[in-house]
Ligand binder design. Structure first.
Ligand code: CA2
Length: 154
């Protein structure tokens, strides 16, 4: 018997949108840096953008690296692509990079701020080399651009 494709239940399939540590605070602190949109706003924006192209979204936010790894692993059978803002784990986590490489789904890395204008330690991303595209500094619009990219290329 052939395995069900992740595209069978939901039109063109499901895009997994992952937000990492502290992004649950969006819209509540440091608006000058991260803007005024909340995480719920970002997830709605992603849902709308994906829906316009026939995709559904699964949204995951966690402050725990292992939970993010589990979400990426699960995407292997549930999603057709990934949008990931791994927050500070971007700059530290070989494990998240290995997970993204292992699942072999197209992934887009998003950062709300332009990490290259910030501290030196934010300039390196362990994830960028295993992502199809990287969007930084576009604010929360970056999530929409990431979904547009996946919708064009999937
Ligand atoms: O610019 C981004 O999206 C970042 O991924 C945000 C991370 C940071 O560690 C990365 O270098 C760049 C930090 C997320 C913190 O989110 C907050 C949101 C609102 C208020 C406080 C923190």
């Amino acid at each position: 018997m052939t395995e069900a494709s992740p595209t069978t239940e939901a039109g063109r399939g499901t895009i997994l949108v992952i937000n990492g540590p502290n992004l649950n605070l969006l819209g509540t602190r440091e608006p000058e840096k991260y803007g005024t949109s909340t995480l719920a706003d970002v997830e709605q924006l992603a849902m709308d953008a994906a829906g316009a192209h026939g995709f559904t979204v699964d949204c995951v936010q966690s402050n725990h690296e292992g939970d993010l790894l589990d979400a990426i692993h699960a995407a292997r059978t549930t999603a057709v692509g990934i949008v990931i803002n791994a927050g500070a784990y971007t700059h530290t986590s070989v494990a998240l990079r290995d997970a993204l490489a292992a699942v072999q789904l197209p992934a887009v890395e998003v950062h709300i701020t332009n990490v290259h204008q910030r501290e030196e330690f934010r300039h390196n991303s362990y994830l960028s080399p295993v992502c199809a595209a990287v969007i930084v500094g576009a604010g929360v619009l970056g999530y929409r651009l990431a979904i547009e990219y996946l919708a064009e290329t999937l």
